[in-house]
Structures are given as structure tokens and as C-alpha cells.
Design a protein around this ligand. Sequence first.
Ligand SMILES: [Zn+2]
Length: 470
Amino acid sequence: MKKIPLLLSILLIAHVAQSQIQQIDYLLSWKGDGLGVTVTVKSDQDTLLFTYATDNGGFTDQMSWFQDLTVSKGRVEVAPNSRQLTVLPVKGNATFSYTVRCTLPKGYGSPGGCLWDMFRPDIDDKMLFSRTENIFAVPQDGDEIPVSVKWKSLPDYPVFCMYNPGKGTGPFRGKVSDIAESVMAGDSLLTVDTVLIDGHLHYMVTALRKSPEKNKADLKAYFKTFYDAITDFWEYEYDGPYSMLFFPFRENTFEMTGNGFSNGFLSRYDATEDTILTIGRRDLFTHEVGHKWLSDGSAWFSEGFNEMQTAYQIVASGLDDPAYFATYFNVALEGLYHNPHRNVTGEEADERFWDDGSYIWLLYWRGFNYAFHLAGVYEHETGNPNAWKAMMKEVKPFLNDFTPEKFLDAMSRLMDRDRLLRDYEKYIVKGENFVFTPENLPSGCAIVTQEDGSPQLIITDSALFAKHFR
Ligand SMILES: [Zn+2]
């Protein structure tokens, strides 16, 4: 009698272990005006939920890119505009195909100026650009599921897949999380160069329209200096190559925009420009590399603190002088002051993030102001001028699983908890104006009021100010 429950539990465990998706294979085929995707799923589950695309960019018409669905095994139900596919395997198998077909319409535009180019696929016989969530429908909550990707037929131009660095369109094996949020880009001028940093090979991908040799040399020098410095800062253990992808807009003359991923970054920029590595783009690239570490949680942290990191690292890595921190921070300081939504609550700011450019920037600047405020409080309580290093050391353990509670617990190990909670409530939850006084400012600087009423950071003691970065 005693053995029956044991047997039963073994059977139950075996059943649970089998009731998952065992493997997903993606086969890509070039259609001339779009990318065909065939998905083969092996699973013993009756019903599987897949997601197609994201709501990044604030779009609601993602399913218009998902075309020509055909199902050859099992069943697939697509709920209109929900971006959700219900896959119903038969005898443990389901196979379905669709084509991703989307090019930017003439006269397109968006409040942010470049969001269409970034978050919509743009695919034809001249150029292929897509974030991979627009290519691969993936199972919900299935990050660890094994996947393979193969190309059956190719466009005429070379294609770089950030999830398969250095291997072009060669076969890929990995897991869902590798391909779910990444990018692929193809172009007749696409080149892939290797960059050696600390004995490790990384990739630099360009599709340069002008002065390719000079631009490549500039970008490579930046990549080497900066990536070396920021990986040292985080005491980062190498876990594979990092790819920097510089890809021109097709027609947009917007200066630049970017996206950071765990194993690389993408920047798109005005293709008519002669010089790629301007100060503005250097700062953008630096911000995007920073997302390798700061990318989880509400935008006040993932974007705002990443802006603080950008300003800090540009100085700490020697790319610019300490005075440049003030120049960079003043954009956020003045930008927040002039932002029409500067006093909306944190909840509203999160919800309306994609509504228009001023909502997008709101949380970048609010978070950057808050990070600067905390750095000042920390220095006053401890006497240590390098607040950023101390703060990041505390948040490092939960970077991929960020919650405000963990953040506040971590910061309360560095400063008075009651004050910390009060300030968080005031600045992040309620959206009140920041009050910078000499008692809570980092040393060597002051905030002055300009003629139009907006605040500005000035450096009052260069030697003291420089200590924040060492
Ligand atoms: Zn960002």
C-alpha cells in the first residue's frame, strides 16, 4: 500500500515534466517583399499561448504585419489586435506559417520622430530591418524553451542577426529569450567587423553610406575604450560577444535613435550624415550600451537611471571632462522644468509613456533628476563622493528582476530610510518638483535659477566635482 502514493507521485512528476513545449523550430524564407516564417512546435499541452510583437512604440496595428497565416498541423486561433495566438497541437505537434510584410508608408511620422522606423518592420528587396519580436511569435512565459532558427532562402544582401552574432544567416540554436528581443538588419552595404577587447571578440556592424573607413575607425575606437570601461565598472563576467549595430534610416533625417539589448545595441541615424560619431551620437551609443545593465523596471529607473549612468560613464571612462556631466544633466533639468506633464503621478507617466514625445522624455528626466538627488543625499550622509558606484553596487543583484521595493531596500542600506521613502513618494510616486538645496546636492556644484525660471547646474569647485567620478 505504501508504494502506491510513491508511484502515483512519480507518474505525476513525469506528467508535469512532459506538459511543456519541448522544442520550437523557426524556418525563415525570403519572399521578395517580406519574410516568411514557419513555426513547428512540439508539445504535449492542449493549448499554447503565443505572443506576436510588442506594444513598444505605442502601436496597435501589429497584426497587420502578420500576413498570410496558413496552418498545416494542429490549429491556430488569432484574436484580432490582441497580438495573441492560441496554438492547439494535434498529437503533440503544430506547424503554422505567416509572412511578415511591412514597409514604412510614404509621409509616415510619429510624435517621437523616429518610432515608426524603430518598432515597425521595414522589409523589401533593398533593406531589411526588424526587431525580432516582429519576426518570431514566441510562447508566453517560455523564456527557457529550446529553439532553432534556419534560413531556407535569403535576400540578395547580407543580413546580420544580433542573436546569432558573426554567423550571419547560419543556423542558430538557443532558447526563446535569445530571439524574443533582438534585432535583424540587412543591406547591400552591410559589413561586419570584429573588435577585440580584453581578449574577447565582439562585433561591429555598419552599413555606411559615407566615408566608411574613417567612420569605422572612429566607431571602433569608441567601442574599445567605452566597452572596456563600463564592463570594468560592473565587474562584468564575459558571457559571449557583444554586437554594436549602426544602421542608417532608410529615408528619415532624424539625427538618431537607439535600442539596447543584453548582447548588443542598435542605433539608427540620418544616412545623409558624413560623421557618425558626433558628441550626440556618442552619448546615445553610451546610453544604449548602458541598457545591458539598466533595462528592467519602470522607465524612471531603466531610462532615468540609465541617463545618470550615461553622464557618469562618459566622464568616468575618460571620453569627456567632468564639466560635460553638467552639460548633459542640464538637458534633463531644464527639460523636466519645461515638460508640460512634469507633475503627473508616476502611475499616469507609466501608462501614457508612448502617448507622445513629452511623455516619453518625462520619465527619463524625472529618473535622472531623482538619481542625482539620491547621489547628493548619499554623499552628505557618508562623505563618499562617488555615490553612483556605491548605489550601483547595491542594485546589481536584482538588475534583471527590478522592483521599487527591492530598490528602496537597497538604497536604505546607504541612507536614512524614512527620508528615502518620503522622497520616493514625493518625486517618483506623486511627481512633485525636485527641490535641490546645498544640503542635498553633490559637492562642488550648485543649482541656479535662469531668467526663464528654469534650474541649471553649475560647477563651483572643479576639483571637488571631479571626485564623483573616481
Ligand atoms: Zn533607453
